[in-house]
Design a protein around this ligand. Structure first.
Ligand code: PRT
Ligand code: ZN
Length: 285
């Protein structure tokens, strides 16, 4: 059987979560010492370990069929490949930052400034949309030190916690892109590889859905049952089971992480006390 080749980052910020994603999809791999490539034990998948910057080109050339990479890298590189799924990790933003001491009113203040970045294409596109005329200076990394050593007036780089900017005396003033890891694919997969990718995507979506939801169990007095069920938006109708205490029932349902605290507060205000919350491993709908 043909195997689907997936490219993941060899080491760095996306490595651990990419491996965890395979594991959560029940795909077992053994990582050898050389860590160049490996084959999954129980799924038709070959894993190639690469630098993240190389992944888009490998996908376009068909050396890898699918790959996990930051959306920031994909949009900067502009290879002919397709985003199949957003993966919810590696979240960051591509932002412009200026020295803290600079009084910044609005984007017009960037006119005529020299800006250091590893994302020249995205920065240029952003400036031309905003009619800003700035001097873009391409560097390959560590943009945050550029203003301090006199290389540039400001920078455009990835930010997650903001600590690096803070430590370098910089402040974030404009966000030009919100990014996260994505699963991207080559445009011309044959039908066999396409089938394997769809099976993999099916598992990824089940894992993602489970992560976004919680399973809750609560004991409810029967006279409040209708009111309480009405206040819980579950995935479908909740399960209601009788308890030994004939005045109460056990209600089981699934709630979305985003609605979770609101629902719990609501249930508490309705007098529900025993609430059990469980993580879900996978949801297949
Ligand atoms: O060796 P290789 O080329 O494969 O890796 P790399 O060093 O180029 O990339 P790596 O591992 O640093 O990042 C891989 C991907 O992770 C990026 O392309 C993003 O999609 C994503 N990501 C998420 C980040 C960050 N968060 C991030 N904070 N990538 C880099 N950073 C850096 C940023 O450049 C800055 O230096 O972290 C610093 C800022 O972090 P905070 O937390 O201080 O704001
Ligand atoms: Zn890189």
């Amino acid at each position: 059987m043909n195997k689907l080749k997936i490219a993941i980052q060899k080491s760095g910020r996306l490595y651990e979560d990419s491996i965890k994603l395979l594991k959560n999809c029940s795909i077992e791999i053994n990582i050898g010492i050389d860590k160049l490539k490996t084959t999954a034990i129980n799924f038709p998948l070959e894993i190639l370990f690469l630098r993240d910057d190389d992944i888009p080109q490998y996908l376009e050339d068909g050396i890898a069929d699918i790959g996990i990479v930051g959306k920031n890298v994909l949009l900067e590189k502009r290879n002919k490949i397709k985003i199949k799924e957003y993966l919810g990790f590696g979240k960051c933003r591509l932002s412009i930052a200026v020295p803290k001491s600079l009084v910044y009113k609005d984007i017009e203040d960037l006119n005529g400034k020299k800006i250091a970045t590893s994302y020249p294409y995205l920065v240029k596109k952003f400036f031309s949309k905003k009619y800003i005329n700035a001097d873009i200076h391409e560097i390959s990394g560590a943009a945050e030190i550029a203003p301090g050593i006199g290389l540039a007036d400001c920078i455009c780089d990835l930010v997650s916690s903001g600590t690096t900017l803070f430590m370098n005396g910089l402040k974030e003033v404009e966000t030009i892109l919100k990014s996260e890891a994505v699963l991207a694919s080559n445009l011309d997969l044959d039908s066999e590889k396409n089938n394997i990718m769809n099976k993999f995507l099916f598992r990824i979506r089940a894992v993602k859905k489970a992560k976004d939801n919680k399973y809750i169990l609560l004991n409810v007095p029967n006279n409040k049952l209708n009111k309480i069920i009405f206040s819980i938006p579950g995935i479908k109708s909740p399960v209601i089971l009788p308890l030994e205490n004939s005045e109460c029932s056990s209600v089981h349902t699934v709630v979305n992480e985003n609605d979770f605290w609101g629902i719990i507060e609501n249930l508490k205000s309705l007098g529900v006390q025993d609430i059990l919350v469980l993580p879900i491993e996978k949801i297949i709908l």
